[in-house]
Design a protein around this ligand. Sequence first.
Ligand code: A2P
Length: 288
Amino acid sequence: MREERTTTSEERTALADGNSIPTIGLGVLRVPSDDAEQSVRTALTAGYRSIDTAATYGNEDGVGRGIRNSEVPREEVFLTTKVWNTDHGYDRTLAAFDKSLARLGLDHVDLYLIHWPMAHLGKIPETWRALIELKAQGRVRSIGVSNFLVKHLELLASESDETPVVNQIELHPHMQQHELREYQRSKGIVTQAWSPLGQGQVLSDPTLVEIAHRHGRSVAQIVLRWHIQLGNVAIPKSSNPGRIADNRDVFGFALTEDDMAAIGTLNADRRIGSHPDSPPKNPLPYDD
Ligand code: A2P
């Protein structure tokens, strides 16, 4: 039996195209396909309605199985995937999308993102045009980008009337992205945080530990609550059923203004992942 739940407005974030995205989703970077299937099913049972994968994670097939084999109807699940760096360009992106959809075993994705700008290739506008076409075909409901800097968003704006609804970027208490967040807010672009927990590295921070202790919450919950109160959408990764549930149980309490200010002081502009101008080599090539 599926658990009946009340969804509060805070649990979903409106997108500029009229759709909405669950504020907390499950990330599955570096989760092998079979484990991803299990994590997706665990997450959906725990109340998650958003899963974030990518062609390059090598687990779209497992993610698709997890969604298809769950008791949650497809229409209730918000699925994101991304076109990889070697598939930029109009035709290549369309072909890459077909492969992603086949691996997922689904007929549409909810959000399709350009994974990295790859600005040196000069194909951002062309690749974006392919995403617009996929949306027109109805096989993608919303389109966005990932790891874009302001200059990449400005380039896109100068070439296209269609604004990305999301930019998914590295964002956590040690890398707070003030300028980019502010720019995106002014343009109606939702900020989505990857590595929202700093890949676990921020969880021993004494300031966060103290706030967690005071609220009787885990440190991860404090960090995710901080994201929500900033207006971010976040996709924490966990393969552990207890932590998957913990990370979504963040809608029943609030941080004070003082808590938010204290976390604000932790910014160190410290990236864990790649800089957008030096995108990673394919970390997990999909073998086809
Ligand atoms: P695990 O998969 O064993 O739970 P991020 O989403 O910022 O990339 O962080 C992911 C990392 O943080 C993973 O190593 C994950 O480990 C760990 N993690 C995720 N949720 C929690 C949590 N609630 N408490 C402690 N560690 C967590």
